[in-house]
Design a protein around this ligand. Structure first.
Ligand code: B12
Length: 361
């Protein structure tokens, strides 16, 4: 059996849902990526700017690297909602995928080396590495680039993670060998994702302005969420799945809830718990991707979501956060939510006035 075919079969046997080979060369979308950075669409994600050169020329990541084994793992599951309200992006509801996929990648690397299929050095990357994963994934035949910027797979639609093994082995790219999965039909005239995005973050097909994307605003952005965008966050407290949910290509994706499970903080927590978790944050969210925005970021998001879906218990928690939270960003988010949803409730205008004076003192 050919070396390339054996490598791909080994990846699938180990549990990946898709695998393909691309050259370890500049990604086809390198120019689009540079333009995206130049336009400032990355917001405060400085690591993308810092890694610009390596992202555009990934051979620099592994000196002597020749090939890129691109892999995908499905993560579709039913919508995830906290008890009492608050939505979490589906990929983040369970254990941290970086750990699971990272382990799988390293195991695959070891097996390939043991079988003599990948000699020399290798490096594994999941998400955080300096690589334009979707562009390489498309080149390796895993799927088709969508108007929302996703890579769409024939079966999993947008609901899969990408990961890569950089190899020194010189391998024939999947598409050159004519064995790549047949390409998906393109988005065609469908604009469901562009139309549905609550904040208009998809500026044109394939161009997402992260600064408007709810995923960025609730996960990566350490600052206050711009006031005009807050109502559009709705119930999203971590990430957003709207552009994936409306994509017709995702409707047949197999359910993978069991793969990462549901983290206790999601299964048993509420927006109020998340707003008030305080010093227990590291313990409560251990092993979960929800740690990414840190305690104040997640509490800020919970405060805003409570303002977008008012309740009595939410109002009491917001009043406590208004004066008691150690983060100015959280206190300010609580003030906004109380002003938006509870201004006519007894005691709220006074509490807001007192806190305004305190903040200005
Ligand atoms: C930074 C980042 C973000 C940022 C910016 C997103 C963005 N669109 O650029 C924010 C925080 C907003 C984000 C959000 C999400 N992300 Co993200 N993110 C990344 C990261 C780390 C880098 C992406 C990047 O460099 N963006 C810059 C732009 C220029 O690159 P790009 O979007 O990949 O470029 C492609 C498209 O724009 C498209 N394209 C460009 N022009 C055109 C023109 C046309 C006509 C068309 C059709 C397409 C097209 O082609 C480009 C190359 O393939 C990658 C991991 C990685 N290392 O690549 C994950 C990654 C892209 N994210 C991922 C996920 C799952 C998400 C979310 C769904 C999470 C969520 N539920 O909240 C959302 C989806 C939002 C969206 N519609 O993009 C997955 C995507 C998997 C997949 N099947 O596509 C990745 C690959 C992580 C992973 N390892 O699985 N993300």
């Amino acid at each position: 059996m050919e070396r390339e075919q054996s490598i791909i079969e080994m990846a699938l046997e180990l549990g990946f849902d898709m695998a393909g080979i691309a050259p370890l060369a500049p990604p086809p979308a390198a120019e689009r990526f540079q333009a995206w950075l130049d336009d400032g669409h990355h917001g405060s994600m400085a690591y993308l700017e810092r890694n610009r050169d390596r992202i555009c020329d990934p051979a620099r990541i592994l000196g002597g690297g020749r090939s890129l084994l691109c892999l995908g793992l499905g993560h579709a599951r039913a919508p995830v909602e906290l008890a009492g309200g608050g939505r979490v992006a589906r990929y983040a509801a369970g254990r941290d995928y970086h750990n699971k996929v990272g382990k799988l990648l390293r195991r695959l690397g070891r097996r390939l080396a043991e079988a003599g299929l990948a000699r020399g050095g290798q490096r594994s990357i999941v998400d955080a590495g300096p690589l334009l994963e979707r562009s390489h994934g498309a080149e390796a035949g895993l799927g088709h680039e969508s108007k929302a910027g996703h890579l769409l797979h024939r079966t999993h639609g947008p609901w899969f993670f990408l990961a890569e093994l950089l190899l020194e082995e010189d391998l024939v790219p999947t598409l050159d060998r004519g064995t790549g999965s047949s390409p998906l039909p393109s988005c065609g005239t469908c604009t469901a994702c562009i139309d549905a995005c609550p904040t208009g973050a998809i500026l044109e097909p394939g161009v997402v302005d992260a600064r408007l994307c709810i995923s960025y605003l609730t996960i990566e952005n350490p600052d206050p969420v711009p006031v005009e965008l807050r109502p559009h966050l709705g119930a999203w407290v971590f990430g957003c799945d709207v552009c994936s949910e409306v994509c017709p290509h995702g409707s047949r994706a197999p359910d993978r809830e069991d793969s990462l499970g549901t983290h206790k903080a999601v299964a048993e927590g509420s927006l109020v718990d998340w707003l008030e978790c305080g010093d227990s944050f590291p313990e409560v969210f251990i092993g979960s991707p929800l740690k990414r925005p840190r305690r104040a970021g997640l509490a800020r998001n919970a405060a805003l979501a409570l303002g977008n879906s008012p309740s009595d218990v939410g109002r009491e928690a917001l009043l406590r956060a208004l004066t008691g939270d150690s983060s100015e960003t959280v206190r300010e988010a609580a003030a906004w939510s109380l002003g938006r949803a509870h201004l006519s409730d007894k005691g709220v205008p006074d509490a807001l006035e007192r806190s305004r004076r305190q903040e200005n003192a």
